[in-house]
Design a binder for this molecule. Structure first.
Ligand code: ADP
Length: 160
């Protein structure tokens, strides 16, 4: 069984992430969407919110699982018998960081593979931080995030 892991903060999940999830899930037996619990920066949405947004959108998709994670990605991969890390690439600016992470992970766990998937041209400009910025000023986020989370994304910024 070939298990892939797609890690990220998904703060919140966007249609760009979902495009990568759809495409990656076709290449493996099981895709684990690994939602990062802590980062140096406090996320806008709690781990429960970030994970449940993705779960709600993916309901009924048997070969995709959403699991929160903290610590080293390679330890998470080993624990779940995963072979491959999936990463999305939007622009050259993503490359340097992802290149370093891929090589570091390979050093820590030589049998690991990192699979880079090029963004869909429609979403090449899309990031969670752009969605947060737009939503906080009441801008239109339709077509950027799944419809069923739109109200909750705006809700985060109400009365602020
Ligand atoms: P963001 O960079 O939007 O804050 P994350 O840290 O949650 O997102 O990213 C998780 C993964 O998804 C990373 O591999 C990132 O490069 C990828 N990704 C994010 N947005 C897109 C997009 N619009 N198209 C393709 N890949 C993306």
């Amino acid at each position: 069984m070939n298990i892939f892991v797609y890690p990220g903060s998904f703060d919140p999940v966007t249609n760009g992430h979902l495009d990568i999830i759809d495409r990656a899930a076709k290449l493996c037996d099981k895709l684990i969407v690994a939602v990062l619990i802590n980062r140096t920066k406090t996320p806008a949405f709690t781990i429960e919110e970030r994970a449940s947004f993705i779960e709600e959108v993916l309901v009924g998709r048997d070969n995709i699982e959403v699991i929160p994670f903290s610590g080293l990605l390679v330890d998470f991969m080993k624990k779940h018998n995963a072979t491959t890390v999936v990463k999305g690439l939007r622009a050259v600016s993503d490359f340097e960081y992802e290149f370093q992470m891929a090589l570091l992970n390979k050093k820590l766990y030589p049998s690991i593979e990192t699979l880079f998937m090029m963004t869909n041209v429609e979403y090449s400009y899309l990031s969670s931080s752009a969605v947060r910025e737009l939503a906080s000023y009441g801008g239109n986020i339709k077509d950027l995030v799944p419809d069923i989370i739109i109200d909750r994304v705006y809700g985060k910024y109400k009365n602020k």
